[in-house]
Design a binder for this molecule. Sequence first.
Ligand code: SAH
Length: 348
Amino acid sequence: MRNLSRMNREELAEFIRSGGGNDYEELMQEANRLRRINYDRDVYTRGLIEFTNYCQNDCLYCGIRRSNPNAERYRLTESQILECCSLGRELGYRTFVLQGGEDPYFTDERLERIVYAIRSTYPDCAITLSVGERSRESYQRLYQAGAQRYLLRHETANDEHYRKLHPEAMSPENRKRCLWDLREIGYQVGAGFMVGSPYQTAEYLADDLLFLQELQPHMVGIGPFIPQKDTPFGTFSSGTLEQTILMIAMLRVLLPGALLPATTAVGTLDPLGREKVLKAGANVVMPNLSPTDVRKKYLLYDNKICTGDEAAECRFCIQGRVERAGFRLTVGRGDHVDWRKQHDAVKP
Ligand code: SAH
């Protein structure tokens, strides 16, 4: 198979355009081999808490964008968030992901309090934040409070493309600045992008792969774009499962130790989507832990799955899917392979 890490932009774009061409089978085998070396058959779990859908941003693709008047807004209280964690811990989760829109209500003080409360109540659990762009000082404070991981998809590494997906007030420079700050502060960082977002080209996907090789994030969230009817992109078509699978396998080869989630969006696109991307090299699942009554309100895209389920149903449904796909659902913090090595190295 051709060496992906030596390819330039044009070569990567050609590889993507041809769907892997003659190298496709070998790519899948290689992705599986590398995942096995780093993570064996383990699939890590994270309990996802969607704690607010208020957002000051206006991303053109996103259903909770500020100017969607049909989004029914909600935010969870600190005690509701802690209840989710309590239930989550009983269900075996040792990582909680707090995700939300960019909600100005959650000032540094309020978020710090929440992070600190989770950390003191559940000292054996990892806390991941996914609350968008903030200042370096803010990231620093939240890290100090006990958040060790941060998910912030770069969305697209191509500046021109970025400006087509976002309003003028948002910039690709700031998005990338955030990612570099998070890395420097010491977070395990997750970047990522949508496959098949409007105006995306194979060259832009190549830019994503090149950027990720430079950033070397611990995690990369990749899911298909799916239209949401109340957004400016409501009539565009979804990304494809085939291209999502290809991008995941390419990333496994380019960043062999990366944590790659099988996202809810891929499960929305195809009933067996998550199983299929696990087989292409993904190794993380993020079942929903949000209270059932708010789930239907966190609608980034149309037809999102699992919005009527209880946390426990999601937990066991995912376990069945992972096992039927030939993997093992792992409880535990699920740290990145390099992080574990570093951590173990400093122990006496
Ligand atoms: N406000 C946080 C969390 C965003 S929502 C942040 O800025 O990081 C999490 C991710 O959902 C986004 O990063 C985006 O890549 C994805 N998303 C949003 N709208 C989507 C859509 N219509 N289809 C697929 N994924 C979408």
